[in-house]
Write a protein that binds this ligand. Structure first.
Ligand code: PLP
Length: 411
């Protein structure tokens, strides 16, 4: 067998990246007006000036290999932010407390690599005597499926539709599936629907994970972009549960990013935090197999996690664009204000057709929801994203207003 055959076997079901698919879809069509890109969730807001200054001040540290566990300053800044953001007081964070920053917080080179790498550490060779499963919402961030396949697990796509409040119903899955589930990816606020899990939903999910020995990989990278209420977090939910068989944060690892909070997608900086036993295993794995965060980037990241004004301004900018969308789109295309994140998830009947029309007639590039989702693994619905388009509100307010106005005209 050639090396190619081996690769092909494992990744035969790997999802194609949505963006080349979109380019193929609109190939040969000229944009009807000057192009505005709303397909890519890449924040375009300005990032704070202190980031460049801090990198410059620390530039000589590019001459050193960075420690995988980060610097004490970075971990302290993250711990303080977690404390403020989720009300985790001094009785929670500190050495000999349920969350020891030195053991339970790790810097990551953007959350994508960490969401990918976590699958290797979470997936045993077999569970309940069978091939392990990794569950994920559907639609989903494409990295989750790639990670499950790379780790040798079966990715299981669990529909998150309007009928389920755009959140997956993991508890309703068959017992035999839950018994062989190694990990669940869950995203709140959700990309693309903007749904936010309540504390009760998170508590139920943690109970389910503990009953079945599952690791929860909770993607909270949109946690700071919200409409009215700050979304609850999984660490916060865990504090309200007792865990007689273990520690407070067992079965949980959360992922946070500066890409959205601070409009720094190119910095490649985030962190993960969670239960002690898992975080120690993850650190050991990362120490030999994962990318580190360069020291000057870590210094700038510590500064960003310590500063709230820019994050508040950033959130308000997104809110103004949601207001704009509400005004321009009104109640058409199933518009609703997303509780979190910066995407509109619009029901246009046929997402691919709408994406072609918007490009050809309005010059607006949006992503068909179909490219973010799959056939539901349990056969309960067909592709749950097919009727939708995802619109990223990442451009300037002027460009966003222009794009939304053209969308209302074309659709
Ligand atoms: C749901 C979700 N998770 C994770 C990421 C990765 O973010 P980053 O690697 O920039 O931290 C993204 C980026 O778009 C995302 O949408």
């Amino acid at each position: 067998m050639s090396a190619n055959d081996l690769t092909h076997n494992r990744f035969a079901d790997l999802p194609d990246s949505p963006f080349p698919r979109l380019n193929e879809l609109i190939e040969g069509l000229s944009p009807g007006k000057s192009p505005i890109v709303m397909s890519l969730g890449e924040p375009q807001h300005p990032f704070p000036a202190f980031v460049s200054e801090t990198i410059a001040t620390h530039a000589k540290e590019f001459g050193k290999y960075p420690p995988i566990a980060g610097t004490p300053d970075f971990r302290a800044a993250v711990a303080a932010w977690l404390g403020r953001r989720y009300g985790l007081g001094p009785d929670v964070i500190g050495s000999k407390r349920p969350l020891d920053p030195d053991l339970q917080i790790l810097p990551v080179n953007g959350t994508r690599e960490a969401l990918f790498n976590v699958a290797f550490v979470a997936t045993p060779l077999a569970k309940a005597g069978r091939r392990p499963a990794i569950l994920m919402p559907n639609p989903f961030y494409q990295c989750y499926a790639a990670a499950a396949l790379a780790a040798g697990a079966e990715p299981v796509y669990v529909a998150a539709t309007r009928e389920t409040g755009f959140l997956p119903d993991f508890a309703g899955l068959p017992e035999e599936l839950l018994a062989r589930t190694a990990m669940i990816y869950f995203c709140s606020p959700a990309n693309p629907q903007g749904a936010v899990a309540s504390l009760d939903y998170l508590k139920e999910l943690i109970r389910l994970a503990r009953r079945h020995g599952i690791l929860l990989a909770i993607d909270e990278c949109y946690a700071e972009i919200y409409d009215r209420e700050p979304p609850s977090g999984a660490l916060q939910a865990a504090l309200e549960l007792s865990n007689p068989d273990g520690e407070v944060f067992d079965n949980i690892v959360v992922f946070h990013s500066l890409s959205k909070r601070s409009s720094l997608p190119g910095l490649r900086s985030g962190f993960c935090a969670g239960g002690r036993a898992f975080m120690i295993r993850f650190r050991n794995f990362r120490n030999v197999g994962a990318p580190q965060v360069p020291l000057p980037i870590m210094a700038a990241s510590a500064a960003a996690w310590s500063e709230e004004t820019h994050a508040t301004e950033n959130r308000e900018r997104y809110r103004r664009k949601i207001d704009m969308a509400e005004r321009i789109l009104g109640n058409r295309f199933g518009f609703y204000r997303p509780a979190g994140g910066f995407f509109l998830w619009l029901d246009v009947g046929d997402g691919e057709k709408a994406a072609r029309e918007l490009w050809a007639r309005g010059g607006v590039k949006v992503l068909p929801g179909k490219y973010l989702s799959r056939e539901d693994s349990l056969g309960r619905v067909s592709n749950p994203g097919a009727a939708y388009i995802r619109v990223a509100l990442v451009e300037s307010e002027a460009a966003t207003e222009e794009a939304l106005t053209r969308m209302a005209e074309v659709l």
